[in-house]
Design a protein around this ligand. Structure first.
Ligand code: PLP
Length: 458
């Protein structure tokens, strides 16, 4: 098979700043073993997130110059609105400054005490916004999704049997919304099948529960459907995306993911009453409904990015580059989540650092080792991010202890990825020298962003 090449040329570059292992040891210590507290100029390859880190295209930069900054009724808004309507089929489009702002508005209105919001897996900001409203977030992921080492085509699927049971148990009146995350970011970037979305919709419709899609990676998910699900091979990504959205009553989106934008997001829906309430809140928290916390130029960049992301040469390269890194790690025996996800490689740190107990945060220990060894910044998706405490203050661990290496869109080349593989393999071969961490300071919500840690040996 021919090499799948990057489907772009590079017109503008930015430098990578190099440093030494000794310098990185010092930097990490001063950042309290939390990569969110490291300066980006102290990072060689930044795989902290694929959010807002895309390289924009020359078309998008040209769109930036076309941005109309009128407070009300900007043509940039109407271009943005038109593209979102075309892809989602949803008539009511509400721009927000990023995905979590859309979540905050939605869950302020439909959440609240006594309510349950059900998902395949809620992303951390989604869960936080649900919990902040007083509601309870519930993850009903399919069984295969919980087994990192077992490959399956659609490990992001919701467990529909559990969904029926949950609705019977809690009562549909207490479940204002079901939301499916595509692809399932916190569960390994694994896709959700069309069949599963259809089935979830059928169950929701039978109980009059609206179905929303957390659409951050709708194009990556559509690509997986095209190549893995029967009956979709000859459909275009746009057709698949439109079908996916056709089952939903609304969606939330972070344009920092599959819209190649550096900032932005939106809410879209069919229900006019709900949209009215959302816009009323939007005006207080984000801005007037035709800009919603964004500049006109951002709306242009998002509108163009949403169309570009559905290019099949791009998606083939995108998904292949994640698979390429995953395969290199598998060949070296590194325990990774299988199969490769859509936007990131997930290392199973419980298996990688089996000598470190979960209450010593093996994921964060691995994140630290990757930074010190090769200047690679990654993020823990495990008990630091999702852990809770029981009444005795003992850690209730997360379902999995993953380390995510998120690949920014159109940013790094194959040799960068080869370097990343070399560093991970070096760390793997020296894994027994790595020790665990303890938390010395933490916030009540989203603690992983600001937590301070220290080695347990100190
Ligand atoms: C990034 C993300 C969000 C939140 O979007 P922001 O733009 O970062 O606020 C919500 N859900 C998923 C699945 C995400 O990946």
């Amino acid at each position: 098979m021919q090499t799948i090449i990057e489907p772009f040329r590079i017109k503008s570059v930015e430098p990578i700043y190099f440093n030494t292992r000794e310098q990185r040891e010092d930097i990490l210590k001063k950042a309290f073993y939390n990569p969110f507290l490291i300066k980006s100029t102290d990072v060689l390859i930044d795989l902290l997130t694929d959010s807002g880190t895309s390289a924009m295209s020359s078309q998008q930069w040209a769109g930036i110059m076309q941005g109309d900054e009128s407070y009300a009724g900007s043509p940039s808004f109407f271009r943005f609105e038109h593209v979102v309507q075309q892809i989602t089929g949803m008539p009511l489009v509400i721009p927000t400054h990023q995905g979590r702002a859309a979540e905050k508005i939605l869950f302020s209105i439909i959440g609240g005490k006594g309510k349950f919001i059900v998902s395949n897996t809620l992303f951390d900001t989604t869960r936080a916004n649900i919990e902040y409203s007083g509601a309870v977030g519930v993850d009903l992921l399919c069984a295969e999704g919980k087994l990192p080492s077992v490959p399956a085509p659609f490990k992001g699927n919701m467990d529909t049997v559990a969904l029926e049971r949950f609705i019977a148990d809690k009562g549909a009146a207490n479940i204002p919304l079901v939301i499916i995350t595509v692809t399932n970011n916190s569960g390994g970037g694994q896709p959700v099948s069309m069949q599963n979305v259809r089935e979830v919709k059928r169950i929701c419709a039978a109980h009059n529960i609206p179905l929303f899609i957390d659409a951050c990676r709708f194009a990556e998910n559509a690509w997986f459907i095209k190549i893995r699900e029967e009956g979709y091979a000859t459909k275009t990504v746009e057709e698949i995306a439109r079908e996916l959205f056709s089952y939903a009553d609304g969606c939330t989106m972070s344009a920092k993911k599959d819209a190649f934008a550096n900032i932005g997001g939106f809410l879209a829906m069919h229900n006019a009453d709900l949209a009215l309430q959302c816009r009323n809140l939007l005006v207080i928290t984000e801005g007037f409904p035709t800009y919603g916390g964004l500049a006109g130029r951002d709306l242009e960049a998002i509108a163009i990015g949403l169309m570009e992301v559905m290019d099949e040469h791009y998606l083939q390269y995108r998904i292949r580059s994640i698979e390429y890194l995953t395969n290199k790690l598998i060949a070296a025996g590194v325990p990774v989540m299988l199969p490769a996800g859509g936007h990131a490689v997930y290392i199973d740190s419980k298996a990688f650092l089996s000598h470190i107990p979960v209450h010593q945060y093996p994921g964060q220990a691995l994140v630290s080792a990757l930074y010190v060894t090769g200047g690679i910044r990654s993020v823990e998706i495990g008990s630091l991010m999702f852990g809770k405490y029981d009444d005795n203050g003992a850690l209730i661990p997360a379902q999995m202890e993953l380390v995510r290496l998120a690949i920014p869109r159109r940013v790094y080349t194959q040799s960068h990825i080869d370097y990343v593989a070399e560093v991970i393999i070096e760390v793997y071969n020296n894994r027994l020298k790595i020790s665990g961490l303890k938390i010395t300071e933490e916030a009540a919500m989203l603690r992983h962003f600001t937590a301070k840690l220290a080695p347990v040996t100190e």
